[in-house]
Design a protein around this ligand. Structure first.
Ligand code: 5GP
Length: 219
């Protein structure tokens, strides 16, 4: 019998700041109830209406470094002078329950996961244009000009790494983009390499059962 591996997939989503990754993932949560979005730790200060434990776990630099020393992260990176990291806590538990785990992380962290985790899926969210990205960053009005400039320069570096991802989704419309991400997740579940290698293990037994089946006795 063919048996599908029912374990959840690890899906890594990156894209420049302002590409709308979080909005796409929030929409995705509405259309797919089999996903769990990891909440990262960061040493940066909360921005706008962000809430501790919902948007991030906000830590001091020292608290973050203590967690690094205790090997509490799947990956972590320094981005625009702040630490960001994915807590290991709960990830395996969710995957074993068959739930797909989503990490929304920047490129360095994603590339680390690519080297260390087998079978993860990598999706890059692109803004419709760099002009649009600039407008989105400026219109957020939550950061200084310097910080926005930094994020904009970093965006160019991140886009340079796009070929290391498996899929690219342009976020021109939230609904369309989240549907595309969902389709990617669904089609990954149908991959032939998710078939577990167990189907020949009881071949002789199955053939014997068929030979002995009484239904054919009158033939
Ligand atoms: P922001 O400051 O805009 O919330 O996040 C800056 C960047 O850090 C974004 O690209 C975001 O996806 C990324 N990020 C958030 N959490 C993590 C994490 O746990 N690890 C890594 N490597 N990047 C993260």
């Amino acid at each position: 019998m063919l048996k599908l591996n029912k374990k959840g997939s690890l899906i890594v989503i990156s894209g420049p700041s302002g590409a709308g990754k979080d909005t796409v993932v929030n929409k995705l949560k509405e259309i797919n109830d089999n996903i769990w979005v990891s909440i990262s730790c960061t040493s940066r200060l909360p921005r706008g209406s962000e809430i501790d434990g919902k948007d991030y776990f906000f830590l001091t630099k020292e608290q973050f470094e203590e967690k690094i020393n205790n090997n509490e992260f799947l990956e972590y990176a320094v981005y625009n002078d702040n630490y960001y990291g994915t807590p290991l806590y709960k990830i395996n538990e969710k995957l074993n329950e068959g739930i797909d785990v989503i990490l929304v992380i920047e490129v360095q962290g994603a590339l680390y996961v690519k080297q260390h985790v087998k079978d993860a899926i990598f999706i890059f969210i692109m803004p419709p244009s760099m002009e649009e990205l600039k407008n989105r960053l400026v219109n957020r009005k939550t950061e200084s000009k310097d910080k926005i400039l930094n994020r904009f320069k970093t965006a160019y570096n991140e886009i340079n790494e796009i070929t290391k991802y498996n899929y690219v989704v342009v976020n021109d419309e939230i609904e369309k983009a989240s549907n595309k991400v969902n389709s990617i997740i669904m089609s990954e579940k149908c991959r032939v390499d998710r078939i577990e290698d167990v189907y020949v293990s009881n071949k002789e037994e199955m053939i014997h059962e068929l030979l002995m089946d009484k239904k054919f006795d009158n033939e």
